[in-house]
Design a protein around this ligand. Structure first.
Ligand SMILES: C[S@@+](CC[C@H](N)C(=O)[O-])C[C@H]1O[C@@H](n2cnc3c(N)ncnc32)[C@H](O)[C@@H]1O
Length: 326
């Protein structure tokens, strides 16, 4: 039996016969011995399993560099820097004087990606940190923070509407195969449950990101934060998407249904981000929403026409830790 198979079977026994989907996703992506981001991924982009906006076009780097300049940011933290390409392009886009004053920080959980970033950014003034709270501690809480396609990489809980209530998606391993089953549940805090849905609708909630935000928020004192990801606000997020948005990527192929469970640790798993949740979870921390737009609007007029449709499926949320000042 594979390391992943043995681990998941023992987790299933420990949890009483099935694994909530987010626990499966946590293991498949981040388990130290077989998780996709811990052991398998070596880069992001054409030579990896999936591309991101950052690896396809420099317009994202130009937009973020302009944001850094506009905010006169001195300490910038990028969370989840992938191949390091975005950092490389942002630093190259900034003027010489700005580069001289800027201190660029990266928070990265994936050891293989941290190595790739260090190789690509050799000779640049970049500092790596284990976690956002650790980075903020070192900076006294003063920083401009951004991420691209980070939130979608956090494990999500998956729920299905039945005729009477919401049930949670679990994975059960039987005879060497993973099966999806629904189990009764308590629902987490999310704007998704404020909508009336028809029976059969599936939705995802990035509860682990909410917990991560609650851990990091008290350390953040000033600056602004840009969160860029694919997704939408409610109710548009699930318009004509009864099966939800859960999917996987391997070798640039999209995986859905049973294919998600074929090889835990050997493909990326992801779901669209509910930006209504991000706004609401930020407000709970006392944060102010400074702006919220599509990526197409954020990058206009520098976005090449061939990326217009793709960039309309992404959103950019800008928040500040103070209700009154940025
Ligand atoms: C989908 S990739 C996006 C990479 C890059 N931002 C880009 O646009 O190409 C997600 C990135 O977030 C990192 N990541 C996931 N969870 C993280 C966490 N809790 N803290 C820091 N980085 C994280 C992954 O290792 C990876 O670098």
């Amino acid at each position: 039996m594979s390391t992943a198979g043995a681990f998941l079977r023992s987790l299933q026994n420990e949890l009483g016969g099935s694994i909530p989907f987010h626990r499966f996703m946590q293991a498949a992506l981040y388990d130290p011995s077989f998780g996709y981001y811990s052991t398998r991924i070596h880069t992001v982009g054409r030579r990896g399993d999936f591309s991101t906006m950052a690896t396809l076009d420099r317009s994202l780097a130009l937009g973020i560099a302009a944001w850094i300049e506009k905010n006169r940011a001195c300490d910038v933290i990028e969370i989840g820097a992938g191949s390091g390409q975005l950092a490389c392009d942002i630093l190259a886009s900034l003027g010489w004087w700005k580069r001289l004053r800027l201190r660029y920080h990266i928070v990265e959980v994936s050891a293989p990606l941290r190595e790739a970033q260090k190789k690509l950014l050799r000779g640049r003034r970049v500092t790596w940190h284990e976690s956002l709270p650790a980075a903020l501690d070192q900076l006294g809480g003063h920083a401009h923070i951004f991420s691209n396609e980070l939130v979608d990489a956090f494990p999500c809980r998956v729920f299905e509407r039945t005729d009477t209530d919401w049930q949670e998606l679990h994975v059960r391993i039987e005879g060497g195969r993973c099966q999806e089953i629904l189990r009764p549940c308590t629902i987490p805090e999310s704007t998704v449950f404020q909508q009336p849905f028809q029976a059969g609708q599936r939705v995802e909630v990035h509860e682990s990101y909410h917990c991560w935000l609650e851990d990091s928020a008290p350390k953040w004192k000033s600056g602004a934060m840009l969160t860029i990801d694919y997704g939408d606000t409610m109710p548009a997020l699930y318009h004509r998407r009864p099966a939800g948005s859960l999917r996987g990527y391997a070798a640039h192929q999209v995986l859905t249904g049973a294919d998600l469970y074929q090889a835990p640790g050997r493909c990326d798993l992801t779901a669209d981000v509910n930006f209504s949740d991000l706004e609401s979870w930020g407000e709970q921390q006392g944060w102010r929403c400074l702006s919220h737009s599509t990526l197409a609007d954020f990058l206009a007029p520098n976005l090449p026409a061939r990326f217009q449709t793709a960039a309309e499926a992404f959103r950019v949320l800008e928040q500040s830790p103070h209700p009154g000042i940025a």
